[in-house]
Design a protein around this ligand. Structure first.
Ligand code: PMP
Length: 348
């Protein structure tokens, strides 16, 4: 979901942005109108997350998936190895891509648990020679989330926050780089936000494409080429909406309450189940199964008819998944729980 107020504003400004006679989609990305939009969005994001000038904030394209290769290309520098934690489908993809560039040391692997937990930190086997340590704070498909920043290595910490950024406050200073595809808590698809410490960039591997060099994007204010202008504009509206909601602390309180309710409903029933270890459960993505998978189709049909959409689980896992990002109101989660209880009464 995107916040309804944001879509309302976008629709009002769609044909004519603030009397300019132009849609944002029609503006030159180098013109004064668009520069104002872009600069304001960056300032609001810096404000929300408390990002200092030591960090560049980049509005890139290529999705979070491009970051899987951009990170080793920029961060390996004189090293030949990197540490990766494998907690689910997305960290597995990041690992596979990094293996094209360096020796990947998987410091901890939750595969044996079918990605239902975070391996205990004292078991992590870090490599002292690693250029950086990469992890995925929230695994979107498996619904596994780190609720603390892991402190296990002196290597630069790199985090794929695609499905958790802006769900709560974070201490950006603990990270060398944070990246997030926009299409969860930030805005529509087409944009990937990268927050990177400036002293770490500018030393790419030989042969790195220009578009894969963080420093090029930083020096050009993310306008080395034409950025995803409309997605950037909408992200800016979302940042303003977040500020109006009271910022990330307020979002954290709502998000933790939404998740706690849904897990309580699942755990309190013999009809629904969530396999993830309690301390590692995601606030954002809550996969669940029905006791009898033959009822899945009926559940999806009836929930859709009740206005509860896109609950089908990821194709790799089956079952259901409720993705309850920032824009999902608490009342939406209440409606889902009511529906689930009613469904259980009827079919359980
Ligand atoms: N990482 C995570 C944690 C994700 O959830 C996703 C997308 N769902 C990706 C990476 C890939 O993002 P993109 O499709 O923007 O490349």
């Amino acid at each position: 979901m995107l916040p309804e107020a944001v879509m309302q504003q976008a629709s009002e400004e769609m044909l004519d942005w603030r009397g300019t006679g132009m849609s944002v989609m029609e503006m030159s990305h180098r013109g004064p109108e668009y520069t104002e939009i872009a600069t304001q969005a960056e300032a609001d994001l810096r404000d929300l997350l408390g990002i200092s000038d030591d960090y560049a904030v980049l509005f890139l394209q290529g999705g979070a998936s491009s970051q899987f290769s951009m990170i080793p290309l920029n961060f390996l520098q004189e090293k030949t190895a990197a540490d990766y934690v494998n907690t689910g489908a997305w960290s597995s993809k990041a690992i596979k891509e990094a293996q094209r560039f360096c020796q990947v040391n998987v410091v901890a692997d939750a595969k044996a648990s079918k990605f239902t937990c975070i391996p205990p930190l004292h078991e992590w086997q870090v490599n002292q020679d690693a250029a950086y340590l990469h992890y995925t704070p929230n695994e979107t498909i498996h619904g596994v989330e780190f609720h603390d920043i892991p402190q296990v290595s002196s290597a630069t910490l790199v985090a794929d926050m695609s499905s958790t950024l802006l769900s709560r406050p974070i201490d950006v200073n603990r990270f060398g780089l944070i990246y997030a595809g926009a299409q969860k808590n930030i805005g529509p698809a087409g944009l990937c936000i990268v927050i990177v410490r400036r002293d770490l960039i500018g030393k790419t591997l030989p042969g790195t494409p220009t578009m894969f060099d963080y420093q090029i994007h930083d020096k050009n204010d993310s306008m080395y080429n034409t950025p995803a202008t409309y997605s950037w504009y909408l992200a800016g509206l979302v940042f303003q909406w977040l500020k109006q909601q009271g910022g990330l602390q307020a979002m954290a309180e709502i998000n933790s309450r939404k998740a706690a309710k849904l897990y309580a409903a699942i755990d309190g029933s013999d009809f629904y189940a969530n396999p993830v270890e309690k301390s590692s459960r995601s606030w954002m993505n809550i996969p669940f199964t029905l006791v009898n998978s033959e009822l899945d189709k009926t559940f999806l049909q009836m929930s859709a008819a009740a206005g509860l959409l896109t609950l089908k689980g990821h194709r790799d896992l089956g079952g259901m998944r409720a993705s309850i990002y920032n824009a999902m109101p608490e009342a939406g989660v209440d409606r889902l729980i009511d529906f689930m209880m009613e469904f259980e009464r009827r079919f359980g």
